[in-house]
Ligand binder design. Structure first.
Ligand SMILES: Nc1ncnc2c1ncn2[C@@H]1O[C@H](COP(=O)(O)OP(=O)(O)OP(=O)(O)O)[C@@H](O)[C@H]1O
Length: 606
């Protein structure tokens, strides 16, 4: 038997295009061919199970072999094989038109071409990305079938001849082109197999070893698995990572098909570098680790695998975002993750609190970016007080309600963004019986905004944004020891001593044991500046403005009564002001030097 033919006379030669134009990701040829081989073995298994094939199945496996001298890569399987007629049908017609369509569709799409090619293979013809000639030697499982050889040199011409092959199955032999000889290196092939074929459902052998785990745990029933299995699998996926905190086994078959395991890694605050750790599979074939658009942004902080044949990979990005099943998948995963967290919170609050530092970024990010997630997470998101205790929002509100409700019935939640630097303020608040929250991660400034937006009659104030009396304004007037003239004079003394237009001085009757001078940066001002720094809200101009602080002089503090009577009023006032700066880590440079000098001088003259 010998037959020559043209694959298609209507299409321009696609092979040079496959080879040259789709220059990126040449390595996926191996994924395509090994998956075909795996499919072929699974098909024979199915035929056998329904009684269509009565012969011995034997040990089903796929082999990959490199012959450096002959410059060939061979992918062999003992699957169902093909007759000469089937080669014509599947390889010459169907696969070819598939490849042609692929090339036609994507040769002009420049922007996300790499993305698409990475996710969606060309099928059999991707062999020509690395080969100058491809042979198929195959024998069908059907009784009395003759072995056949297909040979194609990368033009549209092919030959089909009869061949010698004892057993059922297929060898695909790639004669590697000169410019692709890197693929004759076994280390390279091993790396590619490891990336794409690690969890293929049929054993894949290379250099005498099985390189894959055909039964990864996500394909099993959760009830058949122990914690150890999940931890082991995590190690298999990320050999150099710390153990995960906990995990979720995803398992749906309606209205879409999806399995997988998502792990909560130890996150801390470095969430930027942790992305792209979720691997996307389609029937155990690795597709990509760029799951953007497939899972919600905030879930990309998780690690693990998602396997779904229902994720359409052969479409462009914008389409993917609008795709209904992708949306459903998003919603499903989000719900699962929220439910899992709620469950741990409910069943084992201690563990939940212990891990809170690692998951808080994730939970807050989720609450900020997804309203449905907010609705679930609002009951388990934790607020940490500076004293190290954890509260839910409701618990915390109940805790501070009595003491921290101001005269306009607003509940004032106090927080510090840096307990060290703002120590003086934290202490002052605590001595009033107020509680102070620790909200000090990058995401917290956004989280604070979210809480205010969602919680009724509640504001959040940083402890150093006002003097203690104004933080939680009560309906009481404080008596002042100084009369108005004295207060006016004191103000002048300080204004002159400070002599800085960005320090707004005012005199107020605080408690005698409050600090004599308090420097605050109003909450509103700081938030505006934060906003403009992060480029939002049309506040760009504010970013360049110097901070304007409020300097509150405590009229009731004995020191200020002394300032009024002292000979060197200005010096004493400046000293008090510098001490206030110092307590907030704001004193440096020349100001610090002159403060130190002045202190020695004052001590000497005492
Ligand atoms: N090793 C093989 N054994 C048996 N049949 C094969 C083998 N490789 C390819 N085929 C046949 O050739 C057809 C075309 O393969 P090709 O890889 O181009 O497309 P596909 O596998 O159907 O789809 P995909 O684009 O997802 O790869 C297959 O559907 C199958 O019928």
């Amino acid at each position: 038997m010998e037959e020559r033919g043209n694959i298609s006379i209507h299409t321009e030669n696609i092979f040079p295009i496959i080879k040259k134009f789709l220059y990126s990701d040449h390595e996926i040829f191996l994924r395509e061919l090994v998956s075909n081989a795996v499919d072929a073995t699974q098909k024979i298994k199915r035929l056998s199970s329904i009684g269509e094939y009565k012969g011995e199945l034997g040990e089903l496996k796929v082999k990959v072999a490199v012959d450096k001298e002959a410059k060939t890569i061979t992918i062999s399987d003992n699957g169902l094989g093909m007759t000469a007629e089937e080669i014509k049908k599947y390889i010459n017609q169907i696969a070819f038109s598939g490849a042609t369509e692929f090339v036609e569709r994507y040769k002009d799409a420049s922007a996300d071409k790499d993305q698409i090619i990475g996710q969606f293979g060309l099928g059999f013809y991707s062999a020509f990305m690395v080969a100058e000639r491809v042979e198929i030697i195959t024998k069908s499982y059907q009784e009395g079938a003759e072995a056949a050889r297909w040979d194609c040199d990368g033009s549209t011409e092919f030959t089909i001849t009869s061949a010698e092959r004892a057993e059922r199955g297929t060898d695909v032999i790639l004669h590697v082109a000169q410019d692709s000889e890197e693929f004759l290196e076994t280390a390279r092939i091993r790396t590619i197999l490891d990336k794409y074929c690690k969890f293929l459902p049929v054993p894949v052998e290379f250099e005498g070893e099985t390189i894959n785990n055909p039964n990864p745990i996500w394909t099993k029933q959760p009830s058949d698995l122990k914690d150890e299995d999940y931890k082991e699998f995590y190690k298999e996926l990320y050999p150099f990572s710390e153990p995960p905190l906990f995990w979720i086994h995803l398992n749906v078959d309606y209205p879409f098909n999806l399995t997988g395991i998502l792990y909560f890694p130890k996150l801390k605050n470095d969430f930027e570098i942790q992305r792209n750790k979720i691997q996307l599979y389609s029937r155990q074939v690795f597709i990509t680790d760029e799951v953007k658009d497939v899972v919600p942004e905030f879930l990309m902080l998780l690690h693990g695998v998602i396997d779904s044949p229902d994720i359409p990979l052969n479409v462009s990005r914008s389409f993917l975002q609008a795709d209904a099943s992708v949306k459903k998948i998003n919603t499903y995963i989000t719900k699962k993750v929220a439910d899992k967290l709620a469950e741990i919170f409910r069943k084992d609050r201690e563990t939940f609190e212990k891990n809170w530092d690692d998951i808080s970024v994730f939970v807050k990010y989720g609450m900020l970016s997804d309203d449905k997630f907010y609705e679930k997470a609002k009951d388990f998101v934790l607020l940490q007080s500076t004293e190290g205790k954890y509260y839910t929002i409701e618990e915390y509100k109940a805790l501070v309600q009595a003491n921290q409700t101001n005269k306009s019935e607003q509940l004032v939640l106090l927080y510090t963004s840096d307990a060290e630097k703002q120590h003086a303020f934290v202490e002052a608040a605590q001595s009033r019986g107020y509680d102070v929250l620790k909200l000090d991660s990058v995401i917290d400034s956004h989280f604070i905004g979210l809480l205010e937006q969602k919680l009724e009659k509640t504001t959040l104030k940083r402890v150093d944004s006002e003097t203690i009396d104004k933080l939680v304004e009560k309906d009481e007037t404080k008596e002042s020891v100084l009369n108005d003239t004295e207060k006016e004079e004191l103000k002048k003394v300080y204004e002159e001593a400070i002599s800085n237009q960005h320090m707004h001085v005012e005199v107020a009757p605080l408690a005698p044991d409050d600090a004599p001078v308090v420097i605050t940066l109003p909450e509103f001002m700081r938030r505006m500046k934060d906003m403009s720094r992060s480029g939002g809200g049309g506040m760009m101009f504010m970013g360049d403005m110097p901070d304007t602080y409020n300097v509150t002089i405590n009229a009731n503090h004995p020191l200020n009564q002394r300032v009024l009577k002292a000979e060197e009023k200005s010096k004493l006032a400046r000293q008090a002001f510098d001490l206030a700066l110092l307590s907030q880590n704001m004193l440096s440079g020349a100001a610090l030097t002159s403060f130190v000098k002045r202190s020695f001088e004052l001590m000497t003259n005492e």
